[in-house]
Every structure is written in structure tokens, then in C-alpha cells.
Design a protein around this ligand. Structure first.
Ligand code: ZN
Length: 243
């Protein structure tokens, strides 16, 4: 079974469609949250995600904010402005779908969360200390996270005193992982690693191969929709350089 792993779509349907096309063929999809927020296409993204084969999706901080789990004051000014915009546009069905998302799932022996296994909605898996602490917080071999928008792998080394290491991966190459790992596929709709291409992972559970990929999409079209919607200009500007 080949699984497509995506995260942080952030209401960018153009990036999502580019990833879906580029990643084919896949039999199921795991989504690590933040389907909405920042971007201009929240309803289209939710409906597309809902329609994907074998979809399993966890709740991100933006998804939680819009469904009232966390207050808008927890967000910075621009994130808040886009959340208020979003509030006025989401259909009731799509809002209900977001509210119904779990914070943590275990699928085919793999843990899925948005932030970290310890704090699924909010914690950023950015550094080795955080990764080390979180390695104890899940029982599966692999844990998939999103939230930082930076594709990465934190890996336990050997049997002895546990240490972790962050790897930035090469695109389009199959790789195997035998140690306990926390993997982040990067962001579909708003990459922040200074590479503007949409980011994703695939996993083949028969061969146990992972693959990391990036794909171009029509950034200008999305920027135009962001500006036409009256969303903060920074959301449009940052897509160009991936920050
Ligand atoms: Zn996000």
C-alpha cells in the first residue's frame, strides 16, 4: 500500500492539486492538520481532502481555532485576521468536519499528530531537545508531525543513550528508516524552508520505503486569490520565497 502524507495545506487548493497529481499512484492519504488558515480556498481544500481515498486527518492549531477549541488571541495579528476571514466563509458542514477531527490517530502502526505526540495541537518539533523528549511519548516506530512547515526527520540513534539527529532529505529518492523516528513531510500550501515548492512524503508499507518530494505550482494564481479576498498581503508575499 502506497500512502501519501501531507500537512499544512493552509487553504491552498492549487498546491494541493499539484501534490495529488505529482504523488500518483497512491492508495490512501494521511493529512497532519492545518487544512485551513492563511490561504484563500478553505472550503475547496476541506472538500478535496474529504474526498481522498482512505483519508485519515488529524486536527491542527488553525483547524482547532476555527472550531472554538482554542481562542483567537493565541494567534499573531495576521494569523488572527485570516482566521476571522475564514470564520465568515466556512460552510457549516465543513466546519463540522473540522470539529470532528481527532488530535491524535494511530493508523497502520504509525502515530499521526499535527504538533507533537506530547502536545498534539501546539508543540513545534524544531530541535533535538524537543524531539528527544517526545520520543517517549509514542509507542509506534514512526510518528508523523506537521506544524513547523519544515520537512525533517528526527531519528533515534542505536540502542544506547538516546540521541536524535535531524536530517534534511533529498527529493525523489527512496529511503529506509529502521530506528524510531519522528517525520515531518513539510507543508503543502505554505513551505517555510525557503523552498517555495509544495512538500510531501510517500510511504510504501510493503517495501518500507519513504520518499520525500517537492512540486511546483502556480504561486501567482494563489497570490491573486489571497489579495482579491482581502487577506493580509504577507500571506501572498511569503509563498514566493517559501518563508
Ligand atoms: Zn501550519
Amino acid at each position: 500500500m502506497r500512502t501519501l502524507i501531507i500537512s499544512d495545506i493552509h487553504a491552498n487548493i492549487t498546491a494541493l492539486e499539484a501534490v495529488l497529481k505529482d504523488a500518483e499512484p497512491f492508495e490512501q492519504v494521511w493529512c497532519l492538520g492545518d487544512v485551513v488558515g492563511y490561504g484563500p480556498d478553505p472550503n475547496a481544500c476541506i472538500e478535496r481532502v474529504m474526498s481522498l481515498p482512505g483519508i485519515k486527518c488529524v486536527k491542527g492549531n488553525h483547524d482547532a481555532a476555527i472550531t472554538g477549541v482554542i481562542g483567537l488571541e493565541a494567534f499573531n495579528y495576521e494569523a488572527r485576521a485570516s482566521l476571522e476571514w475564514l470564520e465568515s466563509r466556512l460552510t457549516p458542514e465543513n466546519k463540522r468536519w473540522l470539529s470532528g477531527l481527532d488530535e491524535k490517530l494511530e493508523v497502520d502502526g504509525i502515530t499521526l499528530v499535527h504538533g507533537s505526540p506530547r502536545k498534539p495541537i501546539w508543540e513545534y518539533m524544531m530541535d533535538l531537545v524537543t524531539a528527544r523528549q517526545n520520543m517517549r511519548e509514542f509507542d509506534t516506530l514512526f510518528c508523523l508531525v506537521g506544524h513547523t512547515h519544515i520537512p525533517s526527520v528526527f531519528r533515534m540513534e542505536g540502542e544506547g543513550p538516546k540521541s536524535t539527529r535531524l536530517y534534511f532529505m533529498q527529493t525523489g529518492k527512496l529511503f529506509e528508516l529502521e530506528d524510531k523516528c519522528i517525520l515531518n513531510p513539510g507543508s503543502v500550501g505554505q513551505p517555510r524552508d525557503h523552498n517555495p515548492k509544495a512538500s510531501y512524503l510517500t510511504y510504501d508499507d510493503m517495501e518500507q520505503f519513504w520518499m520525500y518530494n517537492r512540486v511546483e505550482y502556480d504561486i501567482q494564481a494563489v497570490q491573486q486569490r489571497i489579495r482579491a479576498a482581502g487577506l493580509p498581503d504577507r500571506h501572498a508575499a511569503r509563498l514566493e520565497d517559501g518563508w
